[in-house]
Design a protein around this ligand. Structure first.
Ligand SMILES: C[S@@+](CC[C@H](N)C(=O)[O-])C[C@H]1O[C@@H](n2cnc3c(N)ncnc32)[C@H](O)[C@@H]1O
Length: 395
């Protein structure tokens, strides 16, 4: 099934948001007023709470209170700022991913919070709305789950009854709903205990996580993990990718190959993540983000989509394997200027780190998330600084 409509470049991961996604996000403030009215003191403190929670979720992660989703001030901050941005980010990604669930499928969402992924899936998958699904949102914080359920009822209305929404507080409760078709985790694995460095030959935290998840899935299944666009999150995803490849999973996206990761974020090197311009967010979110002094010129994330089996929910993400002289390169970075009037952006392909370059043009050229078919040069030419293979971006 092709990805839902939206103005898009072929093969891109982040097509512009659809009308439904923007309309849905535009309704969030009114729905929140109804389902989670703010006490006066929390309304007055909202901007400060958003900034404090932002600091905890980014630079002071070790101080993040484990129960932040149960504290009214942080809960309000999450619902008004972080959740809408996450619905937007996850929605834009969902629009570019070619996955579709058969009627009757079960989705397990770990660390679901206010059911962010469910809201994004509803808003970006209109063709799935009339099918029956079972969605299980699991989170240790009850208030987030409750608010998410009410928000979904508000966004989806009567039609939402086709989807059976279940919420659970214990991660272990997932066993009751196994085997599932899809496991999702959004901004969750970076909240699990920091991984202890594994000795050579010892299982990593990601090996163990994958083992637990595998036991909950059908033989034909998918796993989608979406994390912040930070170096530490990208490194966790690289370890999860390694664990998955070692146990027979295929990486459906963002990688165009199963070779070693070219952007693992080690030793100060580049890490795999995507930035995209949130030009289409609703006016209220733009203004609110400015008011709380956390405007965003870029939305950013890192992610991994794994698949297993012929009949898994992910059909085709990459075009058919090109001829030997051609290869697939996923554009990762934004465009930057190179000497001599040329433009470049970093990408990733089976040959490793790639510098895609072209002469400066008025057109923006390939964007983060685009998948390009390139012709490999007969003889590798390397960028002196990054050691990336230089490839033309214009073919
Ligand atoms: C940053 S929020 C993400 C919420 C949502 N997935 C999103 O993308 O907006 C992380 C969530 O993980 C939950 N969480 C963290 N550790 C957990 C654990 N060990 N068991 C259950 N939930 C957990 C937190 O309560 C929180 O709601």
């Amino acid at each position: 099934m092709t990805p839902p409509a939206g103005r898009s470049r072929p093969g891109t991961l982040f097509p512009e948001a659809s009308h439904d996604l923007i309309e849905g996000l535009a309704k969030v403030p009114d729905l929140l007023k109804r389902i989670q009215p703010l006490k006066e003191k929390h309304r007055k403190a909202l901007a400060g709470s958003v900034r404090r929670l932002s600091t905890f979720l980014t630079v002071e992660r070790d101080s993040l209170p484990a129960d932040y989703m149960t504290r009214p001030e942080y809960m309000a901050a999450y619902l008004h700022y972080f959740m809408p941005w996450n619905i937007y980010r996850q929605g834009r990604l969902l629009m570019g991913l070619d996955f579709s669930l058969k009627a009757g499928s079960t989705v397990l969402d770990f660390g679901a919070g206010p059911l962010t992924f469910l809201q994004a899936m509803w808003l970006t998958r209109p063709h799935m709305r009339s099918n029956n699904y079972q969605y299980v949102g699991i989170d240790r914080s009850e208030p987030g789950l409750k608010a998410g359920r009410k928000l979904f009822e508000g966004l989806a209305g009567e039609d939402g009854r086709n989807w059976k929404i279940i919420t659970e507080r214990q991660l272990g409760a997932a066993r009751k709903f196994a085997p599932a078709d899809l496991i999702v985790a959004g901004n969750f694995i970076n909240e699990l205990s920091p991984p202890r460095a594994a000795a050579i030959g010892e299982a990593t935290a990601e090996d163990l996580l994958l083992q637990r998840w595998e036991g909950l899935l059908k033989p034909d299944a998918a796993i989608l993990v979406i994390e912040p666009g930070t170096r530490s999150s990208a490194r966790q995803l690289v370890r999860l990718r390694q664990a998955a490849l070692a146990t027979g999973w295929q990486v459906a996206a963002p990688c165009s190959h199963h070779e070693e990761c070219a952007m693992p974020g080690t030793r100060g090197g580049p890490w795999c993540h995507f930035n995209f311009i949130p030009q289409d967010i609703p006016e209220w979110l733009f203004k609110f983000s400015r008011r709380v002094k956390l405007p965003k010129e870029r939305a950013s994330l890192s992610f991994l989509l794994l698949k297993r089996g012929e009949n898994c929910p992910v059909k085709t993400v990459t075009p058919p394997t090109p001829a030997k002289v051609e290869g697939l390169v996923r554009v990762i970075s934004e465009t930057f200027e190179l000497p001599h009037g040329r433009m470049g952006r970093y990408g990733c392909g089976e040959k490793g780190l790639i510098l895609l370059e072209n002469a400066k043009t008025p057109q923006p050229g390939p964007q983060p998330g685009d998948l390009l078919t390139v012709t490999w040069p007969e003889k590798d030419r390397r960028d002196a600084k990054s050691k990336a293979i230089i490839v033309s971006a214009t073919e």
